[in-house]
Write a protein that binds this ligand. Structure first.
Ligand SMILES: Nc1ncnc2c1ncn2[C@@H]1O[C@H](COP(=O)(O)OP(=O)(O)OP(=O)(O)O)[C@@H](O)[C@H]1O
Length: 307
């Protein structure tokens, strides 16, 4: 079932087009990654989706409700962490949640708070003041808050910004569980590696436009395999590979990667041994999405280092 539908979404500010004719559609149980370098227009898009700013053109429908004509119903279906989750740091996590549950008119709020707190694994610390929370705990509190109203669509803007690897791993696990329970998750990031691990589909936005949208599993499945070999001198191997029409890449004087099917690996090793090549090591490697989406990072040096 379609939970979010964005058609022709456009935002112009002061004569400048910041978001240009976006089309997206996110289904129940799907994690949809919205990836792009800094300044590409991600936050502006999210702000339009959650109704914080008005679109210049185009439409946003959430659970079939157009946010221009049926805003209240549409927003009932959404939970979001946009920018830094706002919390009262001098209050406990629990008191923050009570406050937001009241604002949102959550029925049976104590019970619901207990459920979301358990889900984000904050039970032990929920009565501590937020000011002594780690960044990861604050993010989990933000997630608990976003989940109070049992949203069908969860929107997360750069949720793992500043988290350590353990925090990122935990957050990823929570998002996956939510999707498995049927929530549609729309998550923005500028870090491709993170998106690869968490998303079912990824759209890449660059200079205000979506330049590609891909199904992650299909991209990874369809990619070829490679072997990375270390030898005394790659030059000895290069001419053999050329003669036999292998596709390869030299990484340094000793290391190269050769594309081939997994079933051909052992024959390839025999071939090198027969040619008296001194094989120091051999391993199989997979392309990351980063390589497959090379165009995305090709002219974004800074982003490339981050990804
Ligand atoms: N109110 C505004 N007035 C003028 N320009 C704006 C306004 N809001 C955003 N922009 C510009 O629009 C572009 C897109 O901004 P946006 O915050 O949506 O990008 P982003 O992809 O979320 O980037 P980041 O990852 O850095 O948050 C930027 O160049 C930004 O300076």
């Amino acid at each position: 079932m379609e939970v979010l539908r964005v058609d022709n979404l456009t935002k112009q500010i002061g004569g400048k087009t910041i978001v240009n004719q976006l089309h997206m559609q996110v289904n129940e149980g799907e994690v949809y990654g919205f990836l792009g370098p800094n300044g590409a227009g991600k936050t502006t898009t999210i702000r339009m989706i959650v109704g914080l700013i008005q679109a210049t053109q185009g439409s946003v429908c959430i659970c079939g409700h157009d946010i221009r004509t049926d805003r209240e119903q549409a927003m009932k279906c959404v939970g979001a962490i946009v920018e830094n989750p706002e919390t009262y740091s001098y209050l406990s996590g629990y008191k923050n949640l009570i406050h937001y549950a009241r604002l949102a008119g959550i029925p049976n709020k104590e019970k619901r708070i207990q459920e979301v707190v358990e889900f984000v694994k904050l039970t032990d610390r929920i009565h501590d003041k937020v000011k002594i929370y780690s960044l990861g705990m604050r993010q989990r509190l933000g997630l608990a808050q976003a989940l109070l109203g049992k949203p069908k669509l969860l929107i997360l803007d750069e949720p793992t910004n500043g988290l350590d690897p353990e925090g990122i791993r935990e957050f990823r696990g929570l998002v996956r569980q939510l999707a498995d329970q049927g929530t549609a998750v729309f998550v923005s990031s500028h870090i491709l590696k993170e998106m690869e691990a968490i998303c079912d589909r990824i759209a890449i936005i660059k200079n205000s436009r979506i330049i590609t949208e891909q199904n992650v599993a299909k991209v990874l499945e369809g990619q070829g395999h490679k072997v990375r070999i270390k030898v005394d001198e790659v030059k000895q191997v290069e001419h053999l590979l050329q003669q036999n029409q292998f596709s390869y890449q030299v990484l340094d004087h000793h290391t190269m990667e050769i594309k081939m099917d997994e079933s051909d690996f052992s024959e390839f090793i025999r071939f090198l041994v027969l040619q008296n090549i001194n094989l120091r090591s051999i391993e199989t490697v997979k392309d990351s999405l980063e390589e497959l989406f090379f165009n995305f990072t090709a002219d974004e040096e800074g982003e490339k280092k981050n990804a």
